[in-house]
Design a protein around this ligand. Structure first.
Ligand code: COA
Length: 332
């Protein structure tokens, strides 16, 4: 009898390179406080945000993804045609189909790579990294382009004081491929749909179509999400370190989802990060860009601290679902 052939891949993977694209405009707190009866001081103190990047109307998540991906591919040393899977994590593409990923694959020269979008909100990038790593090691793909991309400004209500002032636009991209040494640890990931009401869209598109609701926008129960992030996600971050077989003291960098500076600070305390671990604080000038926030923060860290290259970074994403994902990676 003929034996079925099943694919196997290389033992290890790593991130080769990072690319980034942020919305063109820096939007300061003062531009947003009117309709939410807030102040520059309140937003700075409660979130750490001074300005956030937002895209102009003509720029969409596909444009941001394409720019970030082009940079990542260029820096990877691979030809675009070497990419055989493109995964885009996003919650803000205003078209359900076709996917952002298929269009971006074509635009960057990776046609006919397999291409699909995933929806895991602010954990989307960590989920996509987990998938790319697993696909390559299983022999289902050789090289992956992973992108987190959001144009959240299209789904904010300027009069909403629960989340709108947090959100920004941007895309971060990485190329992942085979490695001689381990470069991406096992991912700790999961969900808690019993808390699906804590953060997400306030209406459905069919309610909007039927005139029963305004344009759907993001809303959250801020304090609920805050408490969940600080208590439950610190545990997930510790599990990720354990699974990777590394200690906090081994980390060159800590790159959490850029949700709120106070959450970042609280994580750092609970993980007992040493002074030598550089902590990503991109939220200050980029805002919360959901799936894009970790790769954008990674890109900025490597620009500001090129010596981190080759070091270990713990990354953790968490958000609407609720969902979470964390892993340790070797920085490109
Ligand atoms: C949204 C968030 C910044 C609010 O901060 P907070 O410290 O929890 O604020 P609270 O909602 O407890 O409100 C505290 C006070 O500020 C007021 N307030 C709330 N939103 C405000 C705003 N946008 N501007 C000014 N004041 C505001 C409240 O009315 C309250 O006033 P009171 O003390 O007089 O009652 C914070 O909860 C947060 O970042 N949550 C998690 C975000 C996150 O991780 N999201 C994940 C999905 S990406």
């Amino acid at each position: 009898m003929t034996t079925l052939k099943q694919a196997t891949g290389p033992a290890y993977t790593r991130i080769y390179s990072v690319g980034a694209a942020r919305g063109e405009n820096a939007v300061p707190n003062d531009d947003l406080i009117g309709p939410i009866d807030s102040s520059d001081e309140w937003i700075r103190q409660r979130t750490g945000i001074i300005t956030r990047t937002r895209a102009v109307p003509e720029t969409d998540a596909i444009d941001l993804s394409t720019a970030a991906a082009a940079e990542a591919i260029e820096k990877s040393g691979l030809a675009p045609s070497d990419i055989d899977v493109v995964i885009v994590a996003t919650i803000s593409n205003p078209k359900q189909t076709p996917s952002v990923s298929a269009i971006v694959a074509d635009r960057v020269g990776a046609n006919p790579a397999a291409a699909y979008d995933i929806n895991a909100a602010c954990a989307g990038y960590a989920y996509a990294v987990a998938q790319a790593d697993a696909l390559i090691r299983a022999g289902a793909a050789k090289n992956a382009l992973v992108i987190g991309a959001e144009k959240l400004s299209d789904i904010v209500d300027p009069a909403d004081r629960s989340i709108s002032f947090l959100l920004g636009d941007g895309a971060g991209a990485v190329v992942i491929g085979p490695s001689d040494t381990p470069g991406i640890s096992a991912t700790v990931w999961g969900s808690d749909g019993s808390k699906s009401d804590a953060v997400g869209m306030n209406h459905t598109l069919t309610e909007f179509r039927d005139g029963q609701a305004p344009w759907p926008t993001l809303r959250q129960e801020g304090p609920t999400v805050f408490r969940w992030a600080v208590w439950e996600m610190a545990k997930v971050a510790k599990q990720a370190l354990e699974q990777a077989g590394v200690e906090a003291a081994d980390l060159a960098a800590f790159i959490p989802h850029q949700a709120n500076m106070r959450i970042v600070d609280e994580f750092a305390k609970q993980l007992k990060l040493p002074e030598t671990t550089v902590i990503a604080r991109d939220i200050e000038t980029t805002g919360n860009t959901s799936a894009a926030s970790i790769p954008l923060a990674t890109h900025r860290l490597l620009e500001e601290h090129p010596e981190l290259s080759g070091g270990l970074a713990l990354q953790i994403g968490f958000g609407a679902g609720l969902v979470f994902g964390a892993q340790v990676v070797v920085l490109p």
